[in-house]
Design a protein around this ligand. Structure first.
Ligand SMILES: *Cc1c(COP(=O)(O)O)cnc(C)c1O
Length: 400
């Protein structure tokens, strides 16, 4: 049976061949760098083998560039588990800021709890392609004398107040992993303005080894499989196979930290050209679903900050509680729609993170509510034109 994958970016066989060939010819990943610089209007860009590797490297650079009393990194209490994993791997102290369930943005009043002299950095989240209140987070970081890392792993192409998400604060991060805005299966990048931090990052990047040939070959072998699987007919045939591990969220501190392979850099540069079109399709699909659910009881959409242009890599919704969520997810599953419960836990409830948190960060009410009630719907270009109508029918039945 046909089944709509929860997330994904169309990638054709031609993209893979042509992108990687261009990557080989362009051995310094210059094309990807140029695309990143043009998009962000920033002077510095570094392609790296994954978002989490990029984050670990930035944190190490921040550690060198700042006063040794600053060892705490504040992250929104609901975000990708790789974020606290990179902080712990970098030998720093993760601290949690609760989020506002209405916007999924860090609660500015909760930032008041921290001792500004100990804070090394504040990290944004911009989940699902929806910008956080980045101008406010940027000024909060400035007031603390801390760095800000704009984590735009899910928001490449989004803007707020006319500025690209990923360009707020001192340094920005993008990911090209599966389920991100554009994908090379695994990949990432950093972008920055010039300054002390950019210098420190540059030194780390200069020492960074090239990608392992074997890792690149494995990714190249998987790319055509991914590209074929995203189609609803094939995804329907295989998505229940347990060994694929689709949709599982794991906490992992071990991962390689290398440059992005030049082949994958070429592919990312090629996908960059289609970013705008892909984002437009996703935003249109998301808008249709939001409109179709307007009068369905028990479903809330996320409020987008003023002057923000979201890119909806997925469409997040909130229901009342985990029981209602289970009902809705099962009904969507039966209807062949790949909805997910996103990250299953607030970071204060992930054991590896909880172990190192101070007590005052262990009860994140907003983040827990989101973890228990969030549902994400697909928005990618393989979504059929009647998706919004089908979601509405399922949601109305499930809400009774
Ligand atoms: C995916 C993601 C990362 C990590 O990126 P990888 O390329 O998967 O390592 C970091 N932060 C957020 C918010 C993400 O969604």
């Amino acid at each position: 049976m046909s089944y709509i994958a929860p997330a994904g970016t169309p990638l054709t066989f031609t993209d893979i061949i042509a992108g990687c060939t261009q990557g080989l010819a362009d051995s310094g990943s210059g094309k990807l760098q140029a695309a990143l610089l043009a998009h962000t209007q920033l002077p510095k860009a570094w392609p790296i083998c994954s978002g989490r590797a990029a984050m670990t490297m930035v944190l190490a650079a921040m550690k060198e560039a700042a006063d040794p009393a600053r060892r705490e990194v504040i992250v929104p209490a609901y975000t990708c588990y790789s974020v606290p994993a990179s902080i712990i791997r970098a030998g720093l102290q993760p601290r949690l800021c609760d989020i506002d369930p209405e916007t999924l943005s860090p609660r500015l009043d909760d930032l008041q709890r921290f001792d500004p002299k100990r804070v090394l950095a504040i990290v944004s989240a911009n989940l699902y392609g929806i910008p956080n209140d980045l101008p406010a987070i940027e000024s909060a970081a400035q007031q603390m004398g801390a760095f800000m890392l704009d984590d735009s792993a899910q928001s490449l192409g989004a803007r707020i107040a006319g500025r690209a998400v990923g360009t707020y604060g001192d340094i920005g991060l993008y990911s090209f992993d599966k389920g991100k805005n554009i994908t090379t299966l695994q990949g990432g990048a950093l972008v920055a303005r010039t300054g002390v931090l950019a210098h420190a990052v540059e030194r780390h990047y200069d020492r960074l080894p090239s990608a392992e040939v074997i890792d690149t070959l494995l990714l190249l072998a998987k790319l055509p499989v991914y590209s074929a699987l995203l189609r609803p007919t094939l995804y329907g045939a295989v998505h229940k196979l347990p060994f694929l591990g689709l949709g599982r969220t794991m906490y992992e501190e071990r991962y390689p930290i290398t440059r992005l392979s030049t082949l994958l850099g070429g592919l990312a540069a090629r996908m960059f050209k289609r970013l705008h079109t892909i984002n437009q399709t996703r935003a249109r699909n998301a808008t249709h679903i939001i409109e179709s659910l307007r009068d369905v009881p028990g479903i809330e959409t996320i409020r987008v900050p003023e002057a923000a242009e979201p890119v909806y890599v997925r469409l997040p919704l909130l229901v009342a509680d985990s029981k209602q969520r289970q009902t809705l997810l099962s009904s969507l599953d039966v209807a062949g729609i790949g909805a997910t419960a996103s990250y299953p836990l607030a970071l204060c409830d992930v054991p590896e993170v909880a172990r190192v948190l101070p007590d005052q960060d262990k009860n994140m009410v907003g983040a827990r509510h989101v973890a228990n009630s969030i549902v994400t719907l697909p928005t990618h270009p393989y979504c059929p034109p009647d998706l919004a109508e089908r979601v509405r029918t399922v949601a109305l039945t499930a809400s009774r």
